[in-house]
Design a protein around this ligand. Sequence first.
Ligand code: SF4
Ligand code: SF4
Length: 99
Amino acid sequence: MSIERMSAEELLGVDKFNVDEGEAHIVVKCECCLECSDKPCLYICPAQCYKLLDGKLAFDYVGCLECGTCRLACRQLGNSGVATWTYPRGTFGVSYRCG
Ligand code: SF4
Ligand code: SF4
C-alpha cells in the first residue's frame, strides 16, 4: 500500500475559511513597514498574505493560516502597539480539513 503525498498547494486548497469581515485578527499599519528594510514577512508567510504592491507592503488577513510565523519574524507585530496579532474571534478563521 502506498500513501499519495499531497503538495502544499493541494493541502491549502482543502482548507476552509470563515472570514470575519467585521474584525481583522492581524492588523499591520504599513507605514511602519517603510522603515523595515528586510521585510521577512514577504518570505515566511505560507499563505502569502504579505505582498509588495508598487513598492509598498500590502497585507490581507483573508487566507491566514494562523500559524504565528509573522508574529515571530516581525518586530512590530504583537508587542509594539503599532501592529497587532491575535487569533480570530470564535467560529472565524481557518478550518483544516486534511491532516
Ligand atoms: S516584517 Fe513587519 S515591519 Fe517589516 S515589512 Fe513585514 S509587517 Fe512590516
Ligand atoms: S499567521 Fe501565518 S499565515 Fe497568517 S499572516 Fe502570519 S505568517 Fe501568514
